[in-house]
Design a protein around this ligand. Structure first.
Ligand SMILES: NC(=O)c1ccc[n+]([C@@H]2O[C@H](COP(=O)([O-])OP(=O)(O)OC[C@H]3O[C@@H](n4cnc5c(N)ncnc54)[C@H](O)[C@@H]3O)[C@@H](O)[C@H]2O)c1
Length: 297
């Protein structure tokens, strides 16, 4: 399928990511349906999209016409079969649970038109395992958006060996049509982003353990010395230390035990409930959503 033939998009799962992805495609000119197993979640998703668009209008980033046209192209569906019946592209954004996603791919394969491309927004699960649930492995890939979708430019296209080159090309063009930047990554644990981002974060935590410098100074090293918009420890606090720990454990298991071994300090902080911004304390103290270096208090 070429990009000209890709007109109808179905998003399955209307949580944090699904609603953002549905908004991006509707705003990009695609007829988009949003489905969630929980009808309330789907409606909350639509409300959140309306709010985000409204904020965009207030800030002058979205015109009132674009807001109205986006909402016209968007439809909430409470039946999966109805949601995907015409889909050229079906995007799975349900929770990160392998068995649930496998079941969903089998279901999507049986309910979507034969031409449809099926993708998952998974951050870590193997795409080939999902493709194996379908009779169309050449038309299955990963399409990994970042949070918040409306603000984040990157999309990782994850392509197992069986994925067709034409499918990768179409997905690349689709991502570009949303004003975002695609990268194409092999179907390996951690893709490109988690593998690199977690490596840097783990090394920064080891540096805190070795008292090389304070967390704030380690972050400043990357922010001012390497032009990173945010240092690795602040980012770890934002993502959640528990989330980072489970990704590190996954990469240690699947990729390299030594390189991704979680530092003892990370385990201790998670066990103590210091999970970062969401608990008010991590490598920084978080006050009113802002990081405050410990030494400044
Ligand atoms: N949150 C992030 O920052 C982020 C970033 C990138 C990728 N991801 C990935 O995106 C996916 C979704 O994450 P999220 O944070 O949006 O999760 P979420 O928990 O916010 O939303 C998941 C939604 O899926 C719905 N759901 C559950 N089972 C379903 C089913 N069988 N059919 C239809 N809907 C179902 C739930 O009701 C919920 O509304 C996960 O694979 C996650 O790893 C998340």
């Amino acid at each position: 399928m070429s990009i000209e033939e890709l007109n109808v998009v179905a998003v399955v799962g209307a949580g944090t990511m699904g609603r953002g992805i549905a908004q991006a495609f509707a705003q990009g000119g695609y007829a988009t349906t949003l489905y969630d197993v929980d009808p309330d979640a789907a409606h909350r998703g639509l409300e959140a999209i309306e709010e985000t668009l409204e904020k965009g209008v207030a800030r002058g980033k979205v015109s009132a016409e674009a807001r109205d046209a986006t909402l016209e192209r968007l439809r909430v569906e409470s039946d999966l079969g109805e949601a995907v019946i015409d889909a050229d592209l079906a995007i799975e954004a349900i929770p990160e649970v392998l068995d649930a996603k496998r079941e969903m791919f089998a279901e999507l394969d049986s309910r979507c038109p034969e031409r449809a491309i099926l993708v998952s927004n998974t951050s870590s699960l193997p795409i080939a395992t999902l493709a194996a649930e379908t009779a169309r492995p050449a038309r299955v890939a990963g399409l990994h958006f970042f949070n918040p979708v409306h603000a984040m430019k990157l999309v990782e296209i994850v392509a197992p060996e069986a994925t067709g080159h034409d499918v990768v090309d179409t997905l690349r063009a689709a991502v570009e049509s949303l004003g975002k930047r695609p990268i194409v990554v092999r179907d390996v644990p951690g893709f490109a982003t988690s593998r690199l981002g977690v490596s840097l974060g783990l090394e920064a935590i080891r540096m805190v353990e070795e008292e090389v410098a304070s967390p704030a100074d380690i972050d400043t090293a990357m922010e001012l010395g390497y032009n990173h918009p945010m240092g690795p420890l602040k980012l770890t606090d934002l993502v959640g230390l528990d989330v980072r720990l489970s990704i590190a454990e996954h990469l240690a298991r699947e990729l390299d035990e030594r390189r991704f071994a979680p530092p003892a300090l990370l385990r201790e902080m998670v066990a103590a409930g210091k999970l970062g911004r969401k608990t008010g304390e991590g490598f920084y103290l978080w006050r009113d959503g802002k990081p405050v270096p410990r030494e400044a208090t």
